[in-house]
Design a binder for this molecule. Structure first.
Ligand code: B12
Length: 221
């Protein structure tokens, strides 16, 4: 039965069809499938299939990418509330857009991908000052700060990732907290992440989740 549910769910997300994806999940719950099975045997495998399609260069588009992450985050949030035992998060990340930047779409996709991988992604919103990234990361025990910047001046600017790096260094947090960046300017110049002092970058939500998960595992080992 789970195979049929996964097939129907995957078809819906490939069609960027949120209504059908949620209906598949609701029908599965009504027929007795547990919230844990929905997350681990439907949502995450569905996301993995989309990751594979993107990596293999199949003809996936932004709507599919966006809706997959969005639906995954939505369903995961709803199912987590129904878990028999609270699930163990694999780690914590603070994420936001750089100071001066109000673009939200990319960050939302990344968050969806993180949540579906059981990563506690704490959304600091848009136009986030560097100090706040660092303060919140410390307060929330996050092992990764994720900065999204869509414009050249917010990606390279003095108040963005460069300042976050400076603060991490000054407060001697570099061994504990990794800095990951993303957004269009990093795609145009794949060396830019090093120039702004980040530990890594990723060009989409799926690879972002992979890079961040690797850093979380490294911090736990
Ligand atoms: C939509 C959009 C807007 C919308 C934003 C709506 C919203 N709620 O987000 C609105 C209309 C509000 C807007 C405003 C502006 N925009 Co605008 N905008 C865009 C546009 C068309 C698409 C951006 C987008 O959403 N892309 C889709 C998402 C999914 O892609 P993404 O952000 O790259 O995210 C993916 C990856 O980069 C990665 N990623 C993203 N973040 C992160 C973070 C981490 C940690 C990791 C690992 C990965 C990662 O994963 C994501 C998912 O796959 C771009 C053009 C373009 N083609 O990029 C211009 C663009 C970014 N905007 C631009 C400009 C100039 C502006 C304005 C200044 C315009 C104006 N004069 O007012 C304002 C700036 C407002 C501000 N202070 O931020 C310029 C920037 C130019 C530059 N070189 O710096 C662009 C490039 C357009 C252009 N060609 O001129 N914009």
């Amino acid at each position: 039965m789970l195979d049929d549910i996964l097939r129907a769910y995957t078809e819906a997300i490939y069609n960027a069809d949120r209504t059908t994806a949620l209906a598949v999940v609701d029908a599965a719950r009504a027929s007795g499938v547990s919230p844990e099975d929905i997350v681990f045997k439907v949502v995450i495998p569905g996301l993995d299939m989309m990751i594979k399609a993107i990596n293999d260069g199949f003809d996936t588009n932004l709507a599919q990418h966006f809706m997959t992450a969005h639906i995954a985050a939505d369903v995961t949030d709803r199912m987590l509330a129904q878990f028999a035992r609270p699930p163990e998060m694999v780690g914590h990340v603070v994420i936001g857009t750089a100071a001066g930047d109000l673009h939200t779409l990319g960050k939302r996709i990344v968050m969806g991908c993180l949540k579906a991988q059981m990563i506690d992604a704490i959304d600091l919103g848009v136009n986030v000052p560097a100090e706040r990234f660092v303060d919140e990361a410390v307060a929330r025990g996050a092992s990764v700060i994720a900065v999204s910047a869509m414009m050249v001046h917010t990606a390279r600017g003095e108040n963005g990732a460069i300042k976050v790096r400076q603060l991490l260094r000054e407060r001697q947090l570099e061994g504990r907290i990794r800095l990951v960046v993303g957004g269009a300017p990093f795609r145009y110049d794949p060396r830019l992440y090093q120039i702004v002092g980040a530990d890594a970058w990723a060009d989409n939500g799926v690879s972002a989740a992979r890079v961040i998960l690797d850093f979380i595992k490294e911090a736990r080992s």
